[in-house]
Design a protein around this ligand. Sequence first.
Ligand SMILES: C[S@@+](CC[C@H](N)C(=O)[O-])C[C@H]1O[C@@H](n2cnc3c(N)ncnc32)[C@H](O)[C@@H]1O
Length: 284
Amino acid sequence: MTSGSPEGPSTIGTVLRRSTDYLAARGSETPRLDAERLLSKALGLERIELYMALERPLTPSELDSARELVVRRGAREPLQYVLGEWWFRRLMLNVDPRALIPRPETEILVDRALLLLDGRDAPRVIDVGTGSGAIALSLKDECPGARVSGFDFSPDALALAADNAARTGLEVDFLEGDLFDGLPLGPWDLVVSNPPYVDAADVPDLEPEVRDWEPHEALTADGAVAAVARGAVDVLAAGGGIVLEVGAGQAETTADLLEKLGLHDVRVTPDLRGIDRVVEGVWR
Ligand SMILES: C[S@@+](CC[C@H](N)C(=O)[O-])C[C@H]1O[C@@H](n2cnc3c(N)ncnc32)[C@H](O)[C@@H]1O
């Protein structure tokens, strides 16, 4: 992105156009949308307000702010980290490289979890590998009677989750520990988890936004899905449920494992792209 001349004055419209071209040339798949969101942040305006003021010139300091954000995004830093915040269900959360960016498919895990919680009085819930706290905080937000804990081995992630609890005013208890040492003693009425499920061998092929910016311990941990499933049966209350997010191609094996472990009502739910993504079961 360049300033004023020789391309004419830097108005909202021209900066949007130049930023879009700059980001497209650097591999963004959504350059126009990125440019709109970044300029909105730099100017403190809604996206719709940009379109109502396309001819408005930017001041030099506005131009500097916009340029800094666009250059970061051009280096393939995820849009969410550049913005510093992102929506997950009803919550606007802080996001930064201390934890994974919450994904839309994880919202489906929360839908399934809420169905399992329906009708329960003060259920005890644990989110294993809580990261930013997105799942735990959403469950507390949408099922206020639940007593929710978030569990992670990353102090950085837990600090971000605590920031998000403060930001949203939601009460969630955050616990530090390693899921491979067993889950925190319950009994829990619900164990939810979006564990690391990317094969380490696939990491080099991931998009730079993920490969170069998101914490690798949030992406890969050999055997984490099975470890959460096995750990859950030791800590679930009778009638309690487990809901797991898994990678493409992992749902069938995970459903089989839940059945072998003695869970019933095992069910798989696809994500919006039709990929089997969420596996659940109930403990007798
Ligand atoms: C895929 S991220 C999920 C983050 C968040 N729950 C979400 O859905 O956006 C997995 C999380 O598991 C945590 N994790 C990885 N290995 C772990 C372990 N051995 N014990 C506890 N947490 C672990 C990571 O720090 C990371 O926050």
